[in-house]
Every structure is written in structure tokens, then in C-alpha cells.
Design a protein around this ligand. Structure first.
Ligand SMILES: Cc1cc2nc3c(=O)[nH]c(=O)nc-3n(C[C@H](O)[C@H](O)[C@H](O)COP(=O)(O)O)c2cc1C
Length: 169
């Protein structure tokens, strides 16, 4: 199994999740921090995991663009999606997933998981903290101390590993 994990991150949480997943998968994994204009050759990979954090309702535009540009190629791969966010209620999590990940990729994905989030007070400036509070207050369940959901990360890794085991048989 050859896996690409491409992620969009602002303060490092999604990167931390991507690295945790890579460790759990225990196979050849290429980690890529999505940047604007990034072009990746998907040919070497049978599995692509795409993840990003949500800020003000949106994931990084570089990740959205990657999904848009590569949709056709991604539909020929095994894919999984993850999202890091501050909301903890299903309604807001699903709303943000639906808004940010194209339906074709969501339907095709073998797993879609929310990994929770972290609020980095030291690296988010005061204005951002204020804005984050406003974002949460405006829309639903407030969790100003979000936590990462390692169980969800383990579940996603196990799903991917189960496919590679099936192939090995
Ligand atoms: C300015 C700001 C805005 C945010 N907006 C949202 C949001 O709209 N929805 C949400 O669920 N989480 C929101 N969050 C929480 C982030 O998704 C969370 O901190 C995440 O762990 C950040 O991951 P990253 O370091 O990979 O960017 C926001 C956080 C900040 C600092």
C-alpha cells in the first residue's frame, strides 16, 4: 500500500493528525502540506487521505483547489477525508463537512472523520481568538477548549489498513 496524506493547516493541528495517521498506518506514507498552486503526481499512490482544519467555516483554499483539480484522478483512488475543527456537535460538523468537501469525493471516500481540534492560544493572536469565539457563538455548541479525537484517527487508520489486508489475501 502506498499512501499520500495531503493536509491544510494553519497552526499545526492537522499536520499533527496527518503525522499520527502516518505512524498508525505503518506503511510507506508521503506527507504533503498543501500550498497554493501545489501540483502532486498521484500516480504512485493507491490511497490518498485529504485533511484540513476549518477556520471561519472554510478549509484552506489550497486543499479545496487540490480536490477540485484532481477530482477525476481521486475518484480512481481509495480516498479518505478528515477535518479538524472546534465544533463538537454532529450538526455543525456535518454542515462543515458538506460545505467543504465535494459530494463526489464524500460519496467515494471509504472513511470520513472529524478529528476534533486544538485552539493554539499562543500562536493565534488576540483578534483571531476573538474571531474564533464569535464563530462558535454564532453557530452552535461552543467548545473553546476543543480536543483531538485520537479514537477517530485510529478508526480511520484501521479502515485503511483493513483494505490493504483484503488486497494481500
Ligand atoms: C480564527 C479561528 C477561526 C476558527 N473557525 C472555526 C470554524 O469556523 N469552525 C470550526 O469548527 N472551528 C473553527 N476553529 C477551530 C479550528 O478548526 C481548530 O483550532 C483547529 O484545530 C485548527 O487546526 P490547524 O492548526 O490545523 O489549522 C477556528 C479557530 C480559529 C483560531
Amino acid at each position: 500500500m502506498s499512501v499520500l496524506i495531503i493536509y491544510g493547516t494553519k497552526t499545526g493541528t492537522s499536520e499533527k493528525c496527518a503525522k499520527y495517521l502516518a505512524d498508525k498506518l505503518g506503511c510507506a506514507v508521503t506527507l504533503v502540506n498543501a500550498r497554493d498552486g501545489i501540483k502532486i503526481d498521484l500516480a504512485p499512490y493507491d490511497t490518498v487521505i485529504i485533511g484540513a482544519s476549518v477556520r471561519m467555516g472554510h478549509i484552506a483554499s489550497s486543499v479545496s483547489k487540490f480536490m477540485e483539480d484532481e477530482e477525476e484522478a481521486l475518484l480512481k483512488k481509495r480516498i479518505a477525508l478528515f477535518m479538524c475543527c472546534g465544533f463538537t456537535d454532529k450538526e455543525n460538523i456535518n454542515r462543515q463537512l458538506e460545505l467543504n468537501f465535494p459530494p463526489a469525493l464524500r460519496n467515494h471516500a471509504v472513511a470520513i472523520k472529524c478529528f476534533g481540534g486544538e485552539l493554539h492560544t499562543d500562536s493565534s493572536n488576540k483578534l483571531e481568538k476573538f474571531v474564533a469565539k464569535m464563530a462558535f457563538r454564532a453557530d452552535g455548541d461552543i467548545d473553546l477548549t476543543p480536543e483531538l479525537d485520537y479514537k477517530a484517527m485510529d478508526e480511520l487508520a484501521d479502515i485503511i489498513k483493513s483494505y490493504s489486508l483484503q488486497e494481500a489475501r
